[in-house]
Ligand binder design. Structure first.
Ligand code: ADP
Ligand code: MG
Length: 416
């Protein structure tokens, strides 16, 4: 028999939140994580994108907070990007509505008024605080943040956080935390540095491992083996005249994003682009238009490839091969969420063949090479072993975009 949420001792207000959100059955990671977290144990949760990690930690965290004295900050959630912070904050708003849980997302890019509002939230009895490390460190360094009573410390997308160089910040934050807290660490992958981090900040953690870095089963994957100069024509061909509703095109570089955007515009396609160059308010607007289907095609760098939850993306195209094999899984994870199907396509130039082979090795799957339209001319052969001079070098992340005076939602009071 499949379990339902009723089988778990969640707070009644949390059950109500689940009903309101239309969640009936727990996903596999939720089913495994809930009892462990509710028992008070530390946890390492390894699962790919789209598996429902957010609710896996929020549901038991909310239950514990609602059952506690609600003095001071109850839980601190640290995440790599502002988009993810906003998304988790929204999930708290939805799932925590009936319990009147208060929360605040704290991330870079705001102005002085935002800072004061954040300070206020950090010095009141806010139930859950969601932060990106950079901005939170500014508050922490000013001395008024008291983490000595938090009951939960949660790291989401820990692998990405380490990739972005946040290890020191995390160490510093943990130093300030209640030594008796419960620590939850979620990550899509489990490299050595994550194991090390877990050792450093957790006590005797349980570990659950859901699907080892394999794309969700509903994704149809394919790849086109092409020369560099054929990419613009191919992308126009793939997206023109198709009546698509929701597509993301990823590129590892801002230049790639700009190139694709220009090509699509030339072909009169309904598209927008997003990269860390945009100001906070612009980024939020672009994401909103895409979510609302005002924009059909979103062209993006890695900023949006992890954690961001947009439903019903039917097609993801990798305009170039991701530098890190795990990023392939993350990007492809944008499609086929929650048991739907989707398509993931990748363009592979000779220089990228070696990197693509690494992806095929990681997911233990040979991805089908699709036929390139004949009018594009001769194509290279897929021969990654001899083309593999490229290696897997790391892409450039942009830790911080330019500042922008983004409007935040007002700080919500308990019971509001
Ligand atoms: P992850 O963090 O693993 O990438 P998310 O927590 O963002 O995944 O969840 C992915 C999507 O699945 C979201 O749209 C979320 O609302 C939805 N979802 C999560 N849990 C459930 C559930 N038990 N039932 C139905 N939908 C769910
Ligand atoms: Mg997530």
């Amino acid at each position: 028999m499949d379990k339902t949420f009723k089988d778990f001792k969640l707070h009644p207000d949390v059950h109500e939140g689940l009903t309101a959100m239309g969640f009936e059955k727990p996903t596999p990671i939720q089913e495994q994580a809930l009892p462990i977290i509710l028992e008070g144990k530390d946890l390492i949760g390894i699962a790919q994108t789209g598996t429902g990690k957010t609710a896996a930690f929020l549901l038991p965290a909310m239950t514990k907070i609602l059952e506690g004295d609600r003095k001071g900050i109850g839980a601190l959630i640290v995440v790599p990007t502002r988009e993810l912070a906003i998304q988790i904050d929204q999930a708290i708003e939805g799932l925590g509505y009936f319990g009147g849980l208060s929360s605040m997302a704290i991330y870079g890019g705001g102005d002085g008024a935002d800072f004061n509002q954040e300070k206020k939230a950090l010095t009141s009895d806010t139930d859950i605080i969601v932060v990106t490390p950079g901005r939170f460190m500014s508050h922490l360094n000013l001395g008024y943040v008291d983490l000595s009573k938090i009951s939960l410390f949660i790291l989401d997308e820990a692998d990405r956080m380490l990739d972005m160089g946040f290890h020191q910040d995390i160490t510093r934050i943990v130093k300030e935390c209640n030594p008796d807290r419960q620590t939850l660490l979620f990550s899509a992958t489990m490299p050595a540095n994550i194991r090390q981090l877990a050792k450093q900040i957790q006590k005797d953690p349980e570990q659950i491992n859901i699907a080892l870095s394999k794309p969700a089963e509903g994704v149809l994957q394919g790849a086109y083996v092409v020369f560099d100069h054929q990419k613009p024509k191919l992308i126009a061909h793939l997206l023109s005249g198709k009546n698509l509703k929701s597509v993301i095109v990823f590129s590892s570089t801002k230049k790639g994003v700009n190139d694709v955007y220009r090509i699509l515009k030339q072909n009169k396609l309904n598209c927008a682009s997003i990269s860390s160059d945009l100001e906070q308010t612009q980024r939020e607007q672009v994401m909103l238009d895409f979510k609302n289907r005002k924009t059909t095609i979103l062209v993006a760098t890695d900023v949006v490839s992890r954690g961001i939850d947009i439903d019903d993306i039917e097609l993801v195209i990798n305009y170039d091969v991701p530098n890190e094999a795990a990023d392939y899984v993350h990007r492809i994870g944008r499609t086929a969420r929650a048991e739907k199907t989707g398509v993931g396509l990748t363009l592979i130039t000779p220089h990228d063949q070696g990197k693509f082979l690494k992806i095929e090795e990681l997911i233990e799957q040979e991805i089908r090479k699709l036929k390139v339209p004949e009018e594009l001319g001769d194509v290279p052969t897929y021969d990654p072993k001899s083309n593999a001079r490229s290696g897997g070098g790391r892409g450039n992340y942009n830790k911080k975009g330019k500042g922008g005076g983004g409007k935040r939602k007002p700080f919500r009071k308990k019971g509001a």
